[in-house]
Design a protein around this ligand. Sequence first.
Ligand code: AMP
Ligand code: MG
Length: 693
Amino acid sequence: MVDWSGGNDRGPTPKKDAIWVCAARDGVTDAPIYLRNRQLAEKWIRAFLAEEVDAGHRVLAGFDFAFGYPDGFGKALTGSDDPFAVWDWFAQRVKDAPDANNRFDLAGEINAMFPGIGPFWGNGRRHDIPHLPRKGSAREGHGLPEKRAAEAQAKGAFPVWQLAGAGAVGSQVIMGLPVLARLRAEFRDALRVWPFEPLDASIAIVEIWPSLIAKAVTATMPEGQIKDAHQVALLAQTLSRLPATQLAAMLDIPYTAEGSILGLGHVSLLEETAMAPAAPRPLKNDCFAMPQGAHWTPVDDALEHLRSQLRPVTGIENLPIAQVAGRFLAGDVEAARAHPPAPNAAVDGYGFAGPAAEGMQRMPLITGRAAAGAPFSGAVPEGRAIRILTGANLPEGVDTVILQEDVTATPSEIAFQGPLKKGANARKAGEDMVAGQTILTSGRRLSPADLGTMAAAGIGSVAVRQCLRVGVLSTGDELQDPGMPADAGQIYDANRPMLSALIKHWDYTLVDLGRAPDDQTKLRAVLDQRAADCDVILSSGGASAGDEDHISTLLEGTGSFALWRIAVKPGRPLALGLWNNTPVFGLPGNPVAAMVCALIFARPALRVLAGGGWTEPQSYQLPAAFSKSKKAGRREYLRARITDGEVEIFTSEGSGRISGLSWATGLVALNDPAQNIKPGDPVTYIPFYSFEP
Ligand code: AMP
Ligand code: MG
C-alpha cells in the first residue's frame, strides 16, 4: 500500500506527508518504508514489483489517489472514453523533479480548455497562474461534476479538483498518474488496473483511501509512530488478512472510467479485520493425546511429544526495535543496509593512499579534515594525507590510516616510520554485515545485542510474536494466601508466587488466576471466565486421578484431556488438556514437583507456544560429591549445588521440602537406567539459570 504525496522532497528524516509504502504478506506487515520524493518512490516500487513478479507472487498494489476524474473530463481532455488516455496525457506533460514540478501551470492550461472558470482550483505558489483560481468558490460554468461517484460515497474524501490546502488530493492525482502510466507501460501483461481491467495478471493496481479505516488507524496507532506510516501498514495488513472471497467481493464492482475506492461499502468488515488481534490457528484437540503403550512414559518421550505437537499460539505484530527485547522474532531479519555503510577510519590519525614503504615517510597534509558525521567531500591526491578521526568515512583517494600516536605532525606535514599495509586501520564497507544478508532468524529470542545489531543494519521495526499470556492458578481447599493468618489445617500457597515469578522471569505476560478451592463448580467458573485472557494456563494441585483432583475431572470433560504418567521423580502425573482452546498444564501440587515439572516440561512447551521453538537447557558434566544408587526405569532430578567444583545434593529427597529448592543452585539429572554413583563420578548438572526462556 502506498500513501502518495503531491508535494516536494521531504528530506532525509522520516516525516509525515511524504510517501510511505508498506507491504504485507499473509497478514504480517514488513516495516513501513519512507520515501522522501516521487523519484525514489517510483524506483523503489518498480524494483519491488519486479522482484515479486519474478518470485511468482501476486501483488495487490494500492495507491491513495484517484485513478480517474469525474464523468466527462477525460473525453473532453483527450477525445477518448478510455481512462488510460488521461494517464498518458498527464505522463506526456507532467514535469517532475524533487524540488520543482509544473502541476499548477498544467492545471491552469487544462482549465483554459474548458468554458467558464475551473474545474481545477487552488494555487500553492506565490505568483498567480493564468486560469487557475485560488478559491474553489471563484469557479463557474466549467460544466463538470464536482465529485466522482466514489467520493460521493466516501464521507470526508476531497474532490480531485482541489490542488492546494490541507487534505487536498488534486496534486497527488496529477503527480501520481504519470508514475502509474509508466509502471503500466513497463510491466504490460503482468499488470492490470482496477476497475478498468479484469485482474488476471500478477500485479493488480487498485485505488485505496486509508481514511476509510480511520477509526481503526486511531485506535491502533503506536505511540510516536507517524500516522502516514501506520495507516499504510494497517491497511496492507488488513487487506492481506482478508479471506480471498471477501477481497474478491470488494473488487467486484461494475466498470467505471471514473475509478473507485477499494472497500467502499465494506467499511465495517475492514475496520473489524483491522482491529482484530492476529490469531494463529488454535491447537488441535488431540495434541496431548499420548500413544497407548507403556504405562510410564519416559521423560524424553514426553518432551518429544510436546515438541512435535505444539506450535505458536500468539499473534504477530510489528514493533519498533526499542520495544522488542525478550520477544521472539516472527520472521527472518535481513540487513536493510550494509554495516558499515561506507569505508571508514578505525582510529584517530591520518589517511592517505596506502601502502607506505619501509623507512621514514613524510607526507604533506591537505587542508580540511574528515570526522564522523562530517565527511570530507574532496579527493586526497596521491602522496598526501588528511587528518581523519575514528568513524569518519574515508575520503576519495584514502584507503589507509596511520594511528596518530605513530606520527609526528606539524600543521602542514606528517612524518612516520613505515612500512604500513594498504587498508591498515580502515574498516571496509559491509565488512560486518552486507545489505540483504539474513542477520537474525525466525524464532530467535531478541537479546539486547540483537537490538543493537538490527539498529546498525538499518532496521527500524520488526515482526515479533505477541507476548505469551500465561495464567497461573493454584488449587486446593487447604491453601491460604501468604501473609494471612492460617490455622493448623491450612498451608500457604507457595506455588503461585513461585510459578508467577518464573513466568515473569521468562518475560511472558502473567495472568494471575488466584486460588480456587477443591470445588468443581468454582473451578469451572474460573476457567470459563479467564481462559480467554490466557494463551496457556499453568495450574498446580488437583492434577492426579483422586477424588479431589478437580483439574483432571474438568479437563476430562473437554475431550482433549490426557493424564501423563511420566517416569520422573519428583513427579506424579501431569494433567493436560484444552479449555476452550487454551492449553492447560496441570502441574502437581507438591511445590518441589511443581517447580521441577515447570522447568523440565512447561518451560520448553511455553517457548514453542510463544513462537520461540524448542530448546534444551545447557547442562554440564561435573564430578559428584555424593553417593547414590537408583533403580532403572525413571529419570530423577535432585536439588543440587556446586561446592569446590563438585556437585552436592540436598540432604533429603523428600519432595515436600521446598527449602531445598532455595538451598540448590540447580538440578542433577540422573538418567533412566539403574545407576550406582560414587564420589568423583561425572553427573549431569543443570544450573537453574540454564532454564532460560
Ligand atoms: P495435590 O496435587 O493437590 O494432591 O497436592 C499435593 C500436595 O501439594 C499436597 O500436600 C498439597 O497440600 C500441596 N500443595 C498443593 N498446592 C500447593 C500450593 N499451591 N502451595 C503449597 N503446597 C501445595
Ligand atoms: Mg489438592
